[in-house]
Design a binder for this molecule. Structure first.
Ligand code: IMP
Ligand code: MG
Length: 180
């Protein structure tokens, strides 16, 4: 696909993403050998990552989803996490993996991990496509990280700005003039 004119450069291309997601899928397959896995995808950003990742896991995988909001339509985190959609099921005794698009400040993931842990899963892991600004983060330790990156605002492969660009098959830097 041609680069969107709103994207200044492509940071991670389709092939690179595919390769990395396959590696993470193999690691998860190894780690949970023979056990059931419940992937909890954080809508909407994680949906593309989760659907690709799930198909790279060789094992018994079930899906659930949560939707939370910590960003309005702005490009900065508010630090306030609100649940918009909760999981549908009891997760007691399950091997849960939270699947998220981006960890930036870490507030969203810290909240999610604590919230889900309180519901008594057997184990809880974190798979995140992108980890931004590692040094500035509050401590959350993701088990699987696709790529580390800097502070630019990124779109594509599930990541949006004001609801758009999720369908781009690559991850690119959004031209600041779009949100200026
Ligand atoms: P945190 O709470 O600061 O870690 O923010 C994480 C959330 O912010 C993720 O769920 C993303 O949806 C969103 N986010 C952070 N950076 C970006 C970005 O570059 N593009 C799109 N969404 C982002
Ligand atoms: Mg998100």
């Amino acid at each position: 696909m041609k680069k969107s004119p709103d994207v200044t450069s492509i940071l991670f291309g389709e092939d690179e993403i595919k390769e990395r997601v396959a590696e993470i899928g193999s690691q998860i397959t190894e780690r949970y050998k023979g056990e059931n896995i419940l992937l909890i995808g954080i809508l909407k950003g994680a949906c593309i990552f989760m659907s690709d990742l799930a198909r790279q896991i060789d094992g018994n995988v079930e899906f659930d989803f949560m939707a939370v909001s910590s960003y309005g339509i702005e490009a900065k985190s508010s630090g306030v996490v609100r649940i918009i959609k909760d999981i549908d099921r009891d997760i007691q005794g399950m091997n849960v993996i939270i699947v998220e698009d981006v960890i930036d400040s870490g507030f969203t993931m810290k909240f999610l991990k604590k919230y889900l842990k309180a519901r008594g899963p057997k184990s809880i892991g974190i798979a995140v496509l992108l980890r931004k600004n590692v040094e500035q983060q509050i401590p959350v330790k993701p088990d699987y990280v696709g790529f580390e990156c800097g502070d630019e605002f990124l779109v594509g492969y599930g990541l949006d700005y004001a609801g758009r660009y999720r369908n781009l098959p690559y991850i690119g830097i959004l031209d600041p003039k779009v949100y200026a």
